[in-house]
Design a binder for this molecule. Structure first.
Ligand SMILES: [Zn+2]
Length: 441
C-alpha cells in the first residue's frame, strides 16, 4: 500500500450513499446475529427495513458503556453484542476504565485487516512512507495502541520496531542507532523521553525522527502541548484519536487541521449532550459512532461521551472526510453550560494558568446560589484560586474569563495549600456543599 485510498476524496454525496448502503447491510446482519441488538430493536418494534435514510438511525437509542458493561456482567465473559461465533474472534483488547472490570472488545481477522489499512492510511496522510523506520512507543500489554500502531505501519511498508512504553534509555539509544524516522506514543511518554534524552546529552531534536503520532490522551491538539512535543522532538506532531471501540476513529493529515473521521468505516453523528438532537457543524456536541462494516462486535450509535466540533469544509490535503477541529474538547459529563455558553474545565484551566501562573491550584465550584432558579443552570462560575488576597488578581482573572470564555465568574482567593491535592487526575469541578442544617434542640 503506497497511496491513499480512493474513498478519501469521494464527494459528500458519494460518502453518504456508501454509508447508507453499508449501514443497511450491517443492521440487517446485526438483527440476525447480535442477540443484544435484536432484542432491543424488537422491543421497540423497529426493523432494519425501517432505515430509508441515514437520518432514520436517530430513531434508535444510543448504546453506552453502561449498556456494554451490563451485557458483559449478564453474559460473561463476552456479553451478547458478539455478532460472530467466538471461534471467529481473532483478537481481544480490554478497556482500562476507571470503574468496573476491564471490558473486552473483539476483532475478527477481517476486522484486523481493516484496522491495519486505516492505520496505514493515517500514517501515509502524515507523510510516512515505505522505507521509514517506525518505533512504536505505545504500550503493548493490555493497551490497544501498541499492536494498532505496528499493524498499520507494517502494512504501509515501514521497518517497525515495537518498543513499547518502558525502557526509556534503551528507546532513546534505539532511536539514534537505527535512525528512527517516525514514532507513536502518548504525549506524556513522548515528553518524558524527550526530557530524559536531553538529560543524557542527546536531545531528540537531534535525532532523525520527523513524524510523531500521539494518541491515548488528549494533548495532540492542545496547541501548547503540540508545540512542546514538536520543539522537543524536532518533528511534526499529529493527533490520532480513537476510543477502544472504534480503532482508529480520526487522524490528522499533514495539514494538522483536526483529525479526519474515517467516514468509510464509521457513521458519525454529533448531538446535543442533553437533548441528543443533532447539532450543526461548527458547534460542540457529543460524538456518536456506528460501525459500518465491523464484524466481531459492531456498535450502533455508540455514545463516546467525547465532545467534538465537526467541520466538513475541504481540507488543504484534498481529503473530503469531515474533520474534528480542535480534537476532543472534553467529556460530555464535564461540560458546563453557563447562560447558554459551553464551558469546559480545561478552558477555564487555560485561562487561569495564563493569568495567574502555570502551577497554580484552582477549582470550579458549582454554587447553587449562582444558578438560575428556573433552569438550575449556572449563571456564573465560582472559581477558587490559591494565592495571596489580592483585588487586582480577582479582577484580572474575572476579566480574562469574561473576555476569553464569555462567562461571568466570581473569584475566591484561598490560602495556598487549602485546595485538595490529588496525585492522579485533579478534580477541577465540584459542587458547593449544601449549607449545614442547624437543628434547634
Ligand atoms: Zn487533511
Amino acid at each position: 500500500m503506497d497511496t491513499w485510498h480512493d474513498c478519501e476524496t469521494w464527494s459528500p454525496d458519494r460518502i453518504r450513499d456508501h454509508q447508507l448502503e453499508l449501514l443497511r447491510a450491517q443492521l440487517t446482519r446485526l438483527h440476525a446475529t447480535s442477540r443484544h441488538y435484536r432484542r432491543r430493536w424488537d422491543d421497540l418494534g423497529w426493523h432494519p427495513g425501517d432505515l430509508r435514510d441515514l437520518d432514520d438511525l436517530a430513531a434508535l437509542p444510543c448504546t453506552d458503556k453502561a449498556d456494554y458493561q451490563r451485557s458483559i456482567d449478564e453474559h460473561p465473559p463476552y456479553g451478547d453484542f458478539l455478532a460472530v461465533p467466538r471461534e471467529e474472534v481473532a483478537r481481544l483488547h480490554f478497556s482500562s476504565g476507571t470503574t468496573g472490570a476491564p471490558t473486552p472488545v473483539a476483532w475478527t481477522r477481517q476486522d484486523l485487516d481493516r484496522w491495519a489499512d486505516l492505520y496505514a492510511r493515517a500514517a501515509y496522510s502524515q507523510g510516512v512512507r515505505r522505507g521509514d523506520v517506525y518505533q512504536c512507543l505505545f504500550s503493548f500489554a493490555w493497551f490497544v495502541g501498541g499492536l494498532g500502531g505496528t499493524l498499520g505501519y507494517t502494512r504501509l511498508g515501514a521497518t517497525v520496531i515495537p518498543g513499547g512504553s518502558g525502557d526509556t534509555e534503551r528507546q532513546i539509544e534505539t532511536i539514534f542507532r537505527y535512525g528512527t524516522t517516525a514514532v507513536g506514543g502518548t504525549p506524556s511518554f513522548l515528553l518524558h523521553l524527550a526530557d530524559r534524552a536531553r538529560g543524557l546529552g542527546t536531545p531528540l531534536a537531534n535525532s532523525t525522527v520527523r513524524q510523531v503520532m500521539v494518541g491515548g490522551e488528549p494533548g495532540g491538539q492542545v496547541p501548547a502541548t503540540r508545540a512542546l512535543i514538536e520543539r522537543e522532538w524536532g518533528a511534526r506532531c499529529y493527533d490520532g484519536y480513537g476510543c477502544l471501540e472504534f480503532q482508529p476513529t480520526a487522524w490528522e493529515c499533514a495539514a494538522q487541521a483536526g483529525g479526519h473521521l474515517a467516514e468509510d468505516f464509521t457513521y458519525a453523528e454529533v448531538v446535543d449532550p442533553v437533548t441528543r438532537a443533532p447539532v450543526p457543524d461548527g458547534e460542540p456536541g457529543v460524538l456518536v459512532l456506528t460501525h459500518l462494516d465491523k464484524q466481531a462486535c459492531p456498535l450502533v450509535r455508540w455514545w463516546t461521551g467525547d465532545v467534538v466540533v465537526r467541520d466538513r469544509s475541504r481540507c488543504d490535503c484534498g481529503r473530503t472526510h469531515a474533520r474534528l477541529v480542535g480534537g476532543v474538547r472534553g467529556r460530555a459529563d464535564d461540560m458546563l453550560v453557563v447562560r447558554g455558553v459551553n464551558v469546559f474545565p480545561s478552558a477555564v484551566e487555560n485561562v487561569v494558568r495564563g493569568t495567574v501562573g502555570d502551577l497554580v491550584e484552582f477549582r470550579v465550584v458549582l454554587d447553587p446560589a449562582l444558578a438560575d432558579p428556573a433552569t438550575g443552570y449556572p449563571t456564573a462560575l465560582r472559581v477558587q484560586v490559591e494565592g495571596a488576597e489580592n483585588d487586582d488578581l480577582r479582577g484580572r482573572l474575572a476579566a480574562a474569563l469574561r473576555a476569553e470564555l464569555a462567562v461571568r465568574a466570581v473569584i475566591d482567593i484561598v490560602a495556598p495549600g487549602e485546595l485538595p491535592r490529588t496525585t492522579h487526575k485533579a478534580r477541577r469541578v465540584v459542587r458547593a456543599e449544601e449549607p449545614e442544617v442547624h437543628r434547634v434542640p
